[in-house]
Design a protein around this ligand. Structure first.
Ligand code: HEC
Ligand code: HEC
Length: 231
């Protein structure tokens, strides 16, 4: 396998979850895996692990069911599983130094990802980033509220109040757009939101929010979300 031989060997003889995999599962759910004081995300903030992801959630990341059996990751941009993980670790969790292959935490995380991968091989998953931002037709308000709760609320809290958000590092939506008149004078606020949702931290102003690919969120749901947020 691409990360370490050990996990593949265990998988081949059909062992159940090992203690290493259990430790890996703890790390997967633990925001302090990243030592940055500005991080509140764990892997589980953005990834389901089941074959059928929960229907009441819209995650920016794919389900990691069978992840260790895929031939490549990030739409072909990453050909080593550890690099695919480290992309998330450094870009979104603000990890300063990438996880090293021999680090016991990497090994445990790897064993956990292998334990989520019962099939010997699994197809690579599509990942389509929207490169050029254009406006989207507005949609159904009720659908927009459902999308907000499923996609944005875990990090941003309730709309208009931010109630329940894990940290004030995520601004209150949509009120943050009140600053946009001075920050982005020539851009309609709705377009700034589309840019943020489609590009996440890759937007010029930085940050660590994840991007939503086309597979993660359709333009139709994005349009409904904007109606709900009055943008
Ligand atoms: C803030 C959100 C976020 C966090 C936190 C996060 N990821 Fe991701 N991850 C993404 C997004 C977005 C992608 C790109 C879409 C995709 O392929 O899932 C991605 C991609 C991946 C991929 C490639 C999947 C594929 O088949 O292409 C792996 C593997 C992965 N993440 C593992 C992890 C692990 C392990 C952690 C914890 C150390 C983690 N991620 C933390 C958002 C996140
Ligand atoms: C995994 C957590 C997470 C999720 C899920 C998330 N956000 Fe964010 N968002 C953040 C964080 C953290 C920031 C502040 C840092 C940054 O700008 O990246 C932010 C910033 C923003 C901003 C402000 C950009 C700016 O600079 O003014 C907007 C707009 C936004 N998010 C919209 C959304 C919408 C809409 C959704 C749901 C589709 C969403 N976010 C989902 C974490 C998240």
């Amino acid at each position: 396998m691409r990360w370490l031989g050990l996990g593949a060997a265990l998988l081949a003889v059909g062992c159940g979850p090992t203690p290493a995999a259990e430790y890996g599962e703890e790390l997967f759910n633990d925001p302090t895996l990243s030592t940055s004081q500005y991080n509140t995300f764990s892997c589980a903030t953005c990834h389901a692990t089941t074959a059928t992801p929960p229907s009441d959630k819209v995650y920016s990341g794919l389900s990691l069911h069978n992840v260790a059996s895929r031939p490549h990751w990030w739409g072909g941009y990453e050909t080593r599983l550890l690099d695919a993980v480290n992309f998330c670790y450094t870009a979104f969790m603000r990890g300063v130094t990438p996880l090293a292959p021999e680090d016991p935490k990497s090994r445990a995380l790897y064993e956990y990802l292998v334990s989520l991968s019962p099939d010997a091989s699994a197809p690579a998953q599509p990942f389509t980033l929207v490169k050029d931002i254009t406006d989207v037709p507005r949609g159904n308000r009720q659908r927009g509220e459902v999308v907000y709760r499923a996609a944005c609320q875990d990090c941003h809290g309730e709309a208009h109040t931010g109630k329940g958000r894990p940290s004030e590092l995520s601004p209150i939506l949509p009120e943050v757009s009140q600053e946009y008149g001075t920050l982005f004078p020539n851009v309609p606020p709705g377009l700034v939101f589309i840019e943020k949702v489609r590009h996440g931290r890759f937007f010029g102003v930085g940050g660590n929010m994840p991007p939503y690919s086309r597979e993660a969120m359709s333009d139709e749901d994005l349009g409904a979300l904007l109606t709900f947020l009055d943008l």
